[in-house]
Design a binder for this molecule. Sequence first.
Ligand SMILES: Nc1ncnc2c1ncn2[C@@H]1O[C@H](COP(=O)(O)OP(=O)(O)OP(=O)(O)O)[C@@H](O)[C@H]1O
Ligand SMILES: [Mg+2]
Length: 316
Amino acid sequence: MEFKSLLTIKNLHVSIDLGHTVVKAVDGANIDIRENEILGLIGESGSGKSVLGLAILKLLPPNATVDGEVWFDGANLVESSEEEMRRIRGKEIAWIPQDPATSLNPVLKVGFQISEPMVLHTTLDKEQVRQKTISLLDFFDIQPPERRAEEYPYQYSGGMRQRALIAMGTSTNPKLLIADEPTKGVDTPRKAQVAAMFRRIKRENPGLSILLITHDLRFAQALCDRIAVMYCAQIIEVTPAQTFFEAPLHPYSEALLEALPSRGLKQIPGDMPSMITPPGGCRFHPRCRYARPECRHYEPPFSVIDGTLVRCWRYA
Ligand SMILES: Nc1ncnc2c1ncn2[C@@H]1O[C@H](COP(=O)(O)OP(=O)(O)OP(=O)(O)O)[C@@H](O)[C@H]1O
Ligand SMILES: [Mg+2]
């Protein structure tokens, strides 16, 4: 099958300068987000997932330096102006942050906040914007929508605030939605509802691509078409979701799956290494059951095996 790429990341590096030291939070990432897909970006806490997502939209703090290319709609966003980025964030690529509690403005009514991107970035008139705001609140099950539109964020539950943010993000029919840990703080029974909501968003927005950043493998399995695995600032496997859950290639992917409760709850030995002084060779080698001498000394190249991109000496 032919796939069209919506956004292409080439050799992306992000360094965060902490004054006394520099954290290399993304190290040479290469990945495509395809049209109409849900791509899961998974990996342990601190592996660089959020930083990668924030780098796409240039939402990183000023002490972060980004190198490389992020191609979207014929432009390299790394080189784009702040004015152009504001248009892209408002209209083309929606970012749903990891912490919905602090992402809505506490002193503005939620209905006003949802309508703002439509006022700024679409040709809808005032009445159309009002109607769409109400129908979005209704779509995201924020009831009763007319009353809820007039309320402030503190009057919403955590789940409602998250859904309001997603309503705001999808109001302008973006091409890409990046959702950072949408199940953070959500209990297990409610996770199925969040997954169902994403399926409804896909149904209502034909062609929309979603980058789902999560360390919840079950949630990723319920939704994703492909999975990209990040380990210590590097992307080490990109594969169809079915392959990932049935027969992943990278030893780290294998270990992540074995740590699932349904698969034996086997902890990965050791800790994720420091991003400041990562181990030489393959970054996973100190924790890898298959490690061989070359893994300690040389960075593994990427190999493509049956449609899976994997960075491991076993496949080189
Ligand atoms: N603003 C920042 N200042 C300093 N260091 C940062 C900043 N943001 C991220 N980092 C560092 O960059 C690395 C990657 O962090 P990131 O937040 O991308 O991880 P993550 O994979 O999203 O983790 P989690 O699953 O916990 O959200 C970490 O070592 C983190 O401490
Ligand atoms: Mg994160």
